[in-house]
Design a protein around this ligand. Structure first.
Ligand code: ZN
Ligand code: MN
Length: 451
């Protein structure tokens, strides 16, 4: 199969693209954030386009390795009739950037357009709060070969958008998914609102198209809708051509030039894109690609890692940050930024581990106490009574005690029940208050039991 994507995401601005109405459409009562302009009342003229939106689009285009259009950029009117579009046309720019790349998927173009309102056909109501919010549209070449590849691309793209701090992320995503398989024409699937949706729609469409071909039925070029609730696609209309939209330049809006100095300024200020950071982490710090990918999943986490490795072995830090730190973040359903954990805390914490002042097990408990806690890890460890690794003879004593106190578990062990060993280990942990090293305990336990 061949798959190309057209992805719309809202740009993060305070006001709309062609007027001063606020963009917090989700918090506002219906039809509150509206004016003559974004309602397209007769005689109302759009203001010049929102600068922040245009800068954001340039930044995202640059982060996707696009060339920026050096010539005049202008808005066109794309005509169609639907109740969510009060003007009868969508103001949509010609490409701002083109010929980009994201991990081998070519980006055909990036442009800016206005969001329509929200139409609820079942109620016959339209809410225009969303009308005129700036969108960025990213169009790829048909370079993806499977639903998995498309999913991977979208995850990576969302990461770029998050890094850019100029877009609103997956929650506002609306994608059109183009798919064709060999021997058939292209179908375009509309209404895909999430990465999972795109993946499911592609899986469904691949099977549907293959079955048609098998039965010798021609695959028409058509537009289909994705029904999120059922994870299927249904016919919508035969595919329209660009001609059907009757594009014309919008005479109400001035042509624009992307000033070269401004583009260079944005290029210098923009964050390093996540996928490039991932490769750099692998090269510069000698960590595994998987680890680097997890660490760069959030800009603040990646920055913290780079601070930490100034003082701590990168492989050691990567392992702990990927496994334990990520574990407590996802357990608490927070991002690294939201956790308020500082890189200084992490450095101190890792040093406690590396200097063997605490055990791995103790470390797992301490790190659970780091979110929203300005205390130093040493203090936390002291408060929890976790400082100090227990000497081997104390562990040996605890091993003996746990064996004496639990004859049942011991006989289970001799009958080959693996769980018994874990149980005994837990007992030793309890006796030593979690200060013994799990590896040592297992060794000593086995040594004692297998005597
Ligand atoms: Zn308005
Ligand atoms: Mn569009």
């Amino acid at each position: 199969m061949k798959c190309g994507l057209e992805i719309h995401v809202q740009l993060d601005t305070d006001s709309k693209l062609f007027c001063d109405c606020p963009t917090n459409y989700q918090d506002a009562p219906p039809n509150k954030n509206i004016c003559f302009v974004c309602l397209n009342q007769p005689g109302a003229k759009p203001y010049p386009p929102n600068k922040k939106a245009l800068d954001g689009a340039i930044k995202i285009a640059l982060m996707l390795a696009c060339k920026i259009n050096p010539d005049v950029t202008f808005f066109q009117r794309k005509h169609y009739d639907y109740p969510d579009l009060s003007s009868g046309y969508q103001k949509t720019s010609i490409p701002i950037g083109f010929e980009g790349d994201l991990n081998g998927v070519r980006i055909r173009e990036v442009h800016v357009e206005e969001d329509p309102g929200q139409y609820k056909p079942d109620l016959g109501l339209v809410d225009f709060n969303r009308s005129g919010i700036p969108l960025i549209e990213i169009v790829t070449e048909p370079d993806m070969r499977s639903p998995e590849e498309a999913r991977k691309f979208l995850r990576e793209l969302i990461r770029v958008l998050e890094y850019s701090e100029s877009a609103r992320g997956e929650g506002t995503m609306r994608a059109d998914v183009n798919i064709s398989i060999e021997g058939g024409k292209r179908a375009e699937i509309k209404n895909v609102n999430s990465i999972k949706g795109a993946y499911k729609a592609l899986q469904f469409e691949m099977v549907r198209q293959k079955n048609l071909l098998k039965r010798g039925i021609e695959i028409k070029q058509e537009t289909r809708a994705f029904l999120e609730s059922q994870m299927i696609t249904v016919p919508m209309r035969l595919k329209e051509e660009a001609d059907d939209y009757r594009y014309i330049p919008d005479p109400d809006l001035p042509p624009m030039l992307a000033d070269e100095e401004r583009v260079e300024y944005i290029r210098e200020e923009m964050p390093e894109p996540a996928h490039i950071k991932t490769d750099r982490f692998v090269k510069q710090y000698g960590i595994k690609k998987d680890d680097a990918q997890v660490l760069t999943s959030e800009l603040e986490l990646a920055d913290a890692f780079e601070e930490v490795v100034k003082e701590v072995d990168p492989e050691f830090a990567a392992l702990w940050m990927r496994d334990e730190l990520k574990r407590i973040l996802s357990f608490n359903k927070i991002t690294y930024k939201e956790s308020e954990i500082t890189s200084a805390q992490l450095v101190e914490f890792f040093k406690l581990l590396l200097d063997k002042k605490i055990t791995t097990k103790a470390g797992q408990r301490i790190i659970e106490n780091l979110p929203h806690n300005p205390k130093s890890p040493t203090l936390i460890a002291e408060d929890l009574g976790l400082i100090g690794v227990v000497e081997e003879d104390v562990v040996q004593q605890a091993v003996k005690q746990s064996i004496e106190e639990n004859p049942e578990a011991v006989s289970d062990y001799y009958q080959g029940k693996k769980k018994a060993l874990n149980f005994l280990m837990g007992q030793v942990m309890r006796i030593t208050q979690g200060k013994a090293d799990p590896g040592d305990i297992i060794k000593l336990l086995k040594g004692e039991l297998d005597k």
